[in-house]
Design a protein around this ligand. Structure first.
Ligand SMILES: O=C[C@H](O)COP(=O)(O)O
Length: 253
């Protein structure tokens, strides 16, 4: 991992958050630079209903706002869906694609995820492409094969450090309080790094690879210290400013 990679501390609010929750976001935006010692970038991905107001809430700070999904098309007869252009129009700069909850609950496959990443790029967004094995796949010893297949199918060939972030999220670690060992995280991230370099050439060296799955202030230091872990994708702990800033503090030195 080139040491020049700037870590990204990213939150994913999932289907949580009403307008009243924006005060928490403002606290995060105000406190992030101090908490991280200026050594990391910050992002919160919010439900579509909050994107516009979240962008306004953090105006004047370096705090980025993202969406949690997008449709592959720019516009059209897709009731209830939201295009990447609509997300960008609200002032967001990132979009998560291929989160395991989308893959499972909405049947999204690798090809769809790759199309969504390209849709995000089309609108000028950075795509956070999620990959990760299920508990059954891990128990069957298939983790590295699954990651290889997901990287090959979900990360388009034009990906680079500016337009793409990859997030490794073991499905069984999401929202469970369970985390892989640091050795397992190192093995998965090293594998993802080598697959990215194989697929993208030199560009694959500097694409950020986030770890996600039950990241909390108490375990963030050891997880974020693992080689090829370039930040975190945080679910539950991104809903509270104290927790989010507590995780950011691992970068303060
Ligand atoms: O996108 C975030 C992840 O699914 C992790 O969620 P969690 O931190 O609640 O386990």
């Amino acid at each position: 991992m080139p040491s020049s990679i700037r870590p990204l501390v990213a939150g994913n609010w999932k289907m949580n958050g009403l307008a009243a929750h924006l005060s928490e976001l403002q606290t995060m935006a105000t406190g992030f630079e101090d908490a991280s010692g200026g050594a990391a970038e910050a992002l919160i991905c919010v439900p579509a209903t909050l994107i516009d107001r979240a962008v306004k809430s953090v105006a004047g700070s370096d705090f980025a706002i993202g969406a949690e999904d997008c449709h592959v098309e720019e516009k059209g007869a897709h009731t209830g869906d939201i295009s990447a252009e609509m997300i960008a129009d609200c002032g967001a700069s990132y979009v998560i694609v291929g989160h395991s909850e989308r893959r499972t609950n909405h049947g999204e496959d690798d090809a769809t995820v790759a199309q969504k990443a390209k849709a995000g790029w089309r609108a000028g967004l950075t795509a956070i492409i999620c990959v990760g094995e299920t508990e059954a796949q891990r128990k069957a010893g298939e983790t590295l094969d699954i990651l290889e297949r997901q990287i090959a199918g979900s990360v388009p060939a034009e990906a680079n450090a500016e337009n793409t972030v990859v997030a490794y999220e073991p499905v069984w670690a999401i929202g469970t309080g369970l985390t892989p060992t640091v050795e397992d995280v190192a093995e998965a991230h090293t594998h993802i790094r080598s697959r990215l370099v194989e697929a993208l050439g030199e560009a694959g060296q500097s694409v950020r690879i986030l770890y996600g799955g039950s990241v909390k202030p108490a375990n963030a230091a050891e997880l974020m210290a693992v080689q090829n872990v370039n930040g975190a994708l945080i679910g539950g702990a991104s809903l509270k400013a104290d927790d989010f800033l507590g995780i950011a503090a691992v970068y303060s030195g």
